[in-house]
Design a protein around this ligand. Sequence first.
Ligand code: C5P
Length: 309
Amino acid sequence: MNHSLSTQPSAYATGDSYFVQSYAKINLTLDVSGRRSDGYHDLLTIMQTINLSDILCLTARSDDQVRILCSRSELSTEENLAFRAAQSLRKRLGLTRGVEIELHKRVPMAAGLGGGSSNAAAVLVALRDWWKLPLSNAELVEIAATLGSDVPFFIDGGLALCEGRGELITRLPDHWPSAMRWVLLLKPSIGVSTATVFRNLSPADYSDGRPSHLLQKALLARQPFATTELYNSLERGVLEHYPEVARAQADLLAAGADYVRLSGSGPTLFTSFEQLTEAQKVYQRLQNQGYELYLTHAIHPQHHAITYF
Ligand code: C5P
């Protein structure tokens, strides 16, 4: 995998830079309740940001252009959500300030971890803070919703219940169950398109939202909950259509995971452990089988800006 920047920063860049981390998420629950007339699906999902992140470096330009350079050269385009986020923000406030966005990808792409959505939210928050723009987080959420269903969640990150097509956010208390202290991600070596996964969804997979409501109640009451009650309406279809994901699920269970859930539309699977020693044992067994793994933990709340100079 190529993790180095593929292109040199433009000559228009000045020495003025702002570094930002953009975190991935997992979906603890994802209840799809039905298809809407606009082609999207109504859902209820509880998401949590985790400490697996991309790095963005924003640099002032002496002209009025927005440019993006990504460590994955196929993402260095005007379609990139991070690029579109900068343009939307400038348009909303009628700004002409130029910015160079360098994006170092570490979060797997097309993985169900929200990497692209998180990049877009990080650009909105970072430019607002850096340029001292008069926009509240609620106003950033409005811009975020025009970019994608998952983008609003990442404006604040942390732990939240997301409704509608995903854009209606209710923050949950920063209380993370100790049974999920260590979160192990396994990324099968395929990429999965969210649109395809939703298209393959059968009405039999629709849910009345009970798993999300139960988890929300437990989190609000700071009560323990059974990880076996975590749920994802998209999981059955993904396991059926992508044998590699089903194989990875079986291998995780055989390696000692108590449970395995799909994150978002996949293909990334996750499980969790209270004890690091347990997590490491399972990690080691799966690493020996050649799997791409990430041992992570939840972060509260999301911290976007890491360095400013
Ligand atoms: O909103 P976003 O562009 O991230 O969604 C990608 C695709 O996933 C949509 O085009 C749609 O096909 C599907 N989707 C959906 N219902 C949602 C979210 C996404 O059908 N709530």
